[in-house]
Design a protein around this ligand. Structure first.
Ligand SMILES: *Cc1c(COP(=O)(O)O)cnc(C)c1O
Length: 463
């Protein structure tokens, strides 16, 4: 039968029931269920009816309508998230999901979360317990802090600390720390929302301990230090150290709080990252509270981890906001298993992906780059290697970058922008950098086992 197009009339439209029962639709019904298939067939017929009325016709044969329905169902079931290979060299890429999680951690959390769990139950007494218990002791153990709690992210952690300790009172903070993290997260706005009064001190480039001390009044609730993790002020600068603030705070009986942001638990100086203080270091130096993100350098799920003095942590947990910010069982499980990797720092460096990528040596990156290059050449793609730098990203460690060797492809066909788009749209989706009209791939952020996939993905997008 010839396709009825322009001449189709409403009378030619097949019946929904006939289509659902059609042999061509049997596979769809088995895969997607009768109800959904019926809904989508109805929608497709509605579309055809509209087209016919508009005089645009349409293919009304049963086979054609079912084929169109199949496309609808496939689109509906295509995951919005696809696998991504990050060859940008930015380790904590916020748009690409920040910290990749350790496979062993994911597996353990998946096993636990698919079943009932001991989220808030003490099995010895059979009584209700505190969900924080699942992770707090481990956090204390690996940070050296006296007490700990967790909320949904570090922005929430900052907010609840400010609101708990300083509602209606003053927070002394340097002008150099009036940071914007991204989006609408600006320190002065957060202070307003937390109902605290910001007392700005010092200048953008210089703030001394004496500036903090002079600003202290009987309304002062805390001295706040914010890690300027997404930019660096260099040149004629001076910033009171945490130790100096702690000295002032102790003497004047004002708590010192540090919004650390990135929050590494291990010392990253051996890898050339010098401006990122570690959480244990800050606790040792006497910070009363420190908060940091779970999905930045820590390498776990999105969370805000609060550590420090027992009385202050207890007060945070009593705040009514706490309930709105508490973590779910999946996050807590991911945190627990990530924390356990840190019990042995050598194991953390190996198994926590962010740390593993940071600790890859320049020589390892160079070897990977040469391997990628050689494989591309075998497939007829001209590529070369060049020394470059990888970034930590995620608003951490500005100016601290790591030596690497990148793979440079001058042309993959079309403009570099068009080629980068093809790579992004492929499966898996590949992200690289464009520099001087070339595509640049940094193997530092290409995870274990992804190198061959990267080579295939690049080859597939050659034009
Ligand atoms: C990243 C960051 C935040 C926000 O943390 P999230 O976990 O993304 O909410 C807050 N403060 C500082 C200093 C940061 O670097």
């Amino acid at each position: 039968m010839a396709p009825k197009t322009a001449t189709s009339s409403l009378r030619d439209l097949p019946k929904v029931d006939a289509l659902v029962g059609h042999p061509d639709a049997a596979g769809l019904v088995a895969a997607y269920g009768r109800a959904l298939v019926t809904t989508e067939i109805r929608a497709e017929i509605e579309l055809l009816r509209h087209r016919i009325r508009e005089g645009n016709g349409g293919d009304v044969r049963a086979e054609a309508v079912i084929a169109a329905t199949r496309s609808r169902l496939e689109r509906l079931h295509t995951p919005n998230q696809c696998r991504v290979i990050n060859a940008t060299g930015v380790i904590l890429h916020t748009s690409l999901g920040r910290a990749p999680l350790a496979p062993s951690v994911m597996a353990a959390a998946a096993r636990q979360s698919a079943q009932y769990s001991l989220l808030e139950l003490d099995r010895e007494s059979g009584k209700r317990s505190d969900r924080d218990k699942l992770v707090a002791d481990l956090v204390c153990r690996v940070t050296g802090a006296e007490a700990a709690t967790v909320v949904n992210n570090n922005a929430a952690a900052t907010m609840i600390i400010l609101n708990t300790m300083a509602e209606g009172r003053e927070v002394v903070c340097s002008r150099a720390h009036m940071v914007e993290i991204g989006g609408s997260y600006r320190m002065p706005d957060v202070m307003r929302k937390a109902a605290c009064h910001l007392v700005e001190i010092g200048t953008t480039n210089k703030t001394r301990a004496a500036d903090y001390e002079q600003a202290i009044t009987d309304r002062t609730a805390m001295l706040l230090k914010v890690h300027t993790s997404n930019y660096a002020i260099v040149g004629f600068t001076e910033m009171a150290s945490l130790e100096e603030l702690v000295e002032v705070g102790r003497r004047r009986k004002v708590p010192v709080v540090y919004d650390l942001g990135a929050g590494s638990l291990v010392d990253l100086k051996p890898f050339g990252i010098t401006r990122e203080p570690s959480v244990p270091e800050l606790i040792r130096q006497g910070a009363d509270l420190v908060c940091f993100s779970g999905d930045k350098l820590f390498g776990g799920p999105q969370a805000g981890i609060i550590v420090g003095r027992k009385d202050l942590v207890a007060a945070v947990k009593k705040n009514a906001l706490f309930r709105m910010m508490r973590c779910d069982k999946v996050t807590l499980s991911l945190l627990e298993h990530t924390l356990r990797l840190y019990l042995d720092p050598a194991r953390a460096l190996e198994e926590v992906p962010t740390l593993n990528l940071i600790s890859r040596s320049a020589a390892e990156c160079a070897r990977a780059a040469r391997a990628i290059c050689a494989r591309l050449k075998k497939r007829g793609i001209a590529a070369e290697t060049r020394e470059s730098r990888s970034q930590i990203g995620g608003g951490s460690t500005p100016g601290d970058d790591l030596p690497t060797t990148v793979v440079v492809i001058k042309s993959l066909g079309g403009t570099p922008d068009a080629a980068a788009r093809r790579l992004r749209m492929g499966t898996p989706s590949v992200f690289c950098r464009i520099e001087e009209d070339s595509l640049v791939f940094d193997p530092r952020t290409v995870l274990q086992g992804q190198i061959m996939e990267l080579v295939s993905a690049i080859t597939a997008q050659r034009k």
